[in-house]
Design a protein. Sequence first.
Length: 177
Amino acid sequence: MEIVICVIVGIISFFVLLAIVYKLRAGSKNKTEITETTTTSVSNENVKIDYTYYVKKKSYLTDCEKEFFRVIKSLVYPNYIVYPQVPLSQIIEKDSTDRYQNELYRIIDFCIFSKDFEPLVCIEINDETHHQKNRYVRDQKVKNILNQADLPIVTLWTSFGVKTEYIKERLRKYLKI
């Protein structure tokens, strides 16, 4: 008799769970108004992409980064090229048989290149959040990677302001400006 009760409770639980899943899926379909079905060239399977949660950023750079970019660019132009938001993977190669390189997907604020696109110096803009432990650890990893690759990094602190002389003095060690 106990086995029969367990089977009945199990069946009822299964249908209740099925009803809950159905309700949740129906609810999410109502919330998701914009979906697109695309076909992948690899497997010819239909893939649904939900764009509900994606919006274009108002700007590629923050206002602070724009100010620093303007000054840095004015100091190095026309002898050098400045790019903002550069992934380490674009300027550093991993010299290892290990095929994983997740640590190179970190992004630095700016990289200054020669006219031949050789990376010369990286720049990080730091505010007070970089004193937090998780940010500090991330910054140390980036610094260690760049040091190993023999690529200098200059840290510019927002607390000193976006002052041309401050930035020029920090970059002068690595560039002819």
